[in-house]
Design a binder for this molecule. Structure first.
Ligand code: HBI
Ligand code: FE
Length: 288
């Protein structure tokens, strides 16, 4: 996440965007999208926040094949004023924040190959579009993403960007939500786009499931190489937006600046505990 320097590849615009090149996708690439889509669509209805399914429907994402960003942006623009633009891969933090602050979501235009079905290092179009875009059709979540971008633009120095990246990680990428009486649901794009983690994050006894708290999240380390050891549960998207906007980031950093980082599996006395995880999965992996 908090990166030092990436060079802008030839052929990218000043803002790192490129043409999606929808006409260039092969039949095999479209088939890969359909395969991933069908696998997730079959298991998500009981597991995902209803707002995600509403977004999928509103954006007509069940249409076969890799979505065309122009068509997707037309629909999204009508719903919440967001657009989807293509980039070649990870882009520098400041450029990323600038896009979000202007309600543009950046998505990789490439799709994983069959040997990368369940794990890849750089986010591909399935993660970026299937995982992230449906919730951008929700007005409250759409505002949260923009607020994050604006917060990022203000977060000049590195230590602070790291804290902000943790908030993004534990909400936008790996967040859980309490959904009425129906219990915990997933909404984070990293979970929603992952077959294994869609099950693990909700059903496995291994990870902790803890109440959301902005300052706590900003101090919590995270892992990028495997399933999370702790997930954080929000009450609603409105509450997520409110807590972040109220915090206004600035004063918040000062408050937590002297406090130590929190390890991935720690439960604090002040945490709201939905599940105290066994951590059996992570320990078995560590011993292997
Ligand atoms: N670039 N394409 C892309 N996608 C991301 O999710 C992304 C990025 N650059 C930076 C970044 N995320 C994060 O480091 C920020 O949230 C801090
Ligand atoms: Fe992502």
């Amino acid at each position: 996440m908090a990166q030092t320097q990436i060079d802008r590849p030839a052929g990218t615009a000043q803002d790192w965007t490129i043409a999606q090149g929808w006409d260039r996708y092969t039949a095999a690439e479209h088939a890969m999208w359909d395969r991933l889509f069908e696998r997730q669509a079959a298991m998500l209805p009981d597991r995902v926040a209803p707002e995600f399914i509403e977004g999928l429907d509103m954006l007509r994402m069940s249409k076969r094949g890799i979505p065309d960003f122009e068509e997707l942006s037309d629909r999204l623009m009508k719903a919440t004023g967001w657009q989807v633009v293509a980039v070649p891969g990870l882009i520098p933090d400041d450029v990323f924040f600038d896009h979000l602050a202007n309600r543009r979501f950046v998505a990789g235009n490439f799709i994983r190959t069959p040997d990368q079905l369940d794990y890849l290092k750089e986010p591909d179009i399935f993660h970026d579009v299937f995982g992230h875009v449906p919730l951008l059709a929700n007005p409250v979540f759409a505002d949260y993403m923009q607020a994050y971008g604006i917060g990022g633009q203000r977060a000049a120095h590195d230590g602070v960007i790291e804290k902000l990246a943790r908030l993004y990680w534990y909400t936008v990428e790996f967040g859980l939500i309490r959904s009425g009486d129906s219990g915990l649901k997933i909404y984070g794009a990293g979970i929603v786009s992952s077959y294994g983690e869609s099950v693990f994050s909700l059903d496995d006894p291994s990870p902790n499931r803890l109440g959301f708290d902005v300052k706590r999240l900003m101090r919590t380390k995270y892992r990028i190489d495997d399933y999370q050891q702790s997930y954080f549960v929000i009450d609603s998207f409105a509450d997520l937006l409110k807590q972040t906007l109220d915090a206004d980031f600035g004063p918040l950093y000062a408050e937590i600046d002297d406090l130590p980082d929190i390890d991935v599996e720690t439960i604090l006395p002040t945490d709201t505990v939905f599940t105290e995880g066994t951590q059996a999965y992570a320990r078995a992996k560590a011993d292997a």
